[in-house]
Write a protein that binds this ligand. Structure first.
Ligand SMILES: C[S@@+](CC[C@H](N)C(=O)[O-])C[C@H]1O[C@@H](n2cnc3c(N)ncnc32)[C@H](O)[C@@H]1O
Length: 246
């Protein structure tokens, strides 16, 4: 079963409470704190371009990379509506090789959790390192081990809107440290609701596992923060930001 195919067309409706302008403000605060004025930025796992298109509107040159053609289709439509230009590439970040060296590479809202195999994660970090300029910044976030195992794991969520409804059943596997999500979506098409099913899996990484891999590939400065702040992470942090300088 594919991830982010049918889901791509309802993703933005389900994320409508997320304030992406604020999210991009935080990313710009990170650039300021690390004293960089990036021009060329790539966002990996950019999805429907919620972050990508806003950054492009704020004047940066953006490349958006995602595995899902459907998510990119939505991203491109939105870029056209907003009148912004973004290069969207349908690519797996595990096999990434970008055309030029970048000032910053981002991976926002769980992209890294989708890399289940630890060897693949090392590959992603190595690719990012290779595609960054010296002093370039790699900024990404993860859903924490705590969130995937204690909050999302073994829980069921559901929402019932006029145009779309979903049931989201989650199972956390302690042995694999993986949270499997089974999504059932009912989407209104004309006079009927069509049912779609998808499965997603996210790996629950411990912070030190990530830091170790980042230093293995050569990042010289690695810092982590409670999301949307510059404070230390806590045991119960749900989203963690990593900022890594080449
Ligand atoms: C939760 S969405 C985040 C989308 C976007 N960054 C946002 O903030 O709304 C995760 C995205 O990761 C993408 N993804 C998962 N595995 C990937 C991979 N190996 N390479 C590239 N994209 C991937 C999915 O297709 C999906 O669009």
């Amino acid at each position: 079963m594919n991830s982010y195919s049918a889901f791509a067309y309802v993703y933005d409706q389900l994320m409508e409470d997320v304030d992406y302008e604020n999210w991009v403000d935080y990313i710009e605060r990170i650039f300021e704190k690390y004293n960089i004025k990036p021009q060329n930025i790539a966002e990996l796992a950019c999805g429907t371009g919620n972050i990508t298109n806003i950054l492009a509107r704020r004047g940066y040159n953006l490349i958006g990379v995602d595995l899902s053609e459907d998510m990119l289709f939505v991203a491109q439509e939105k870029a056209r509506d907003m009148g912004v230009e973004v290069i969207y590439l349908n690519h797996d970040m595990r096999e990434l090789a970008l055309p030029s060296e970048l000032d910053s590479i981002l991976c926002i809202c769980d992209g890294i959790n989708y890399i289940i195999d630890e060897k693949d994660l090392l590959k992603v970090f190595q690719n990012v390192y290779n595609d960054l300029k010296t002093k370039g910044l790699f900024v990404f976030d993860i859903s924490s081990y705590y969130k995937l195992s204690n909050i999302l794991g073994n829980n069921t969520y559901a929402e019932n809107f006029q145009e779309v409804s979903y049931i989201w059943e989650n199972y956390f596997d302690e042995d694999r440290s993986v949270c499997d999500f089974d999504l059932t979506i009912f989407s209104k098409e004309g006079d009927v609701y069509k049912k779609y099913e998808e499965s997603h899996s996210q790996k629950a990484y411990k912070e030190n596992e990530i830091v170790e891999k980042l230093s293995t590939v050569g990042f010289r400065k690695i810092e982590k923060f409670e999301a949307f702040t510059f404070e230390k992470t806590k045991n119960e942090s749900e989203r963690i930001y990593f900022v890594c300088e080449k």
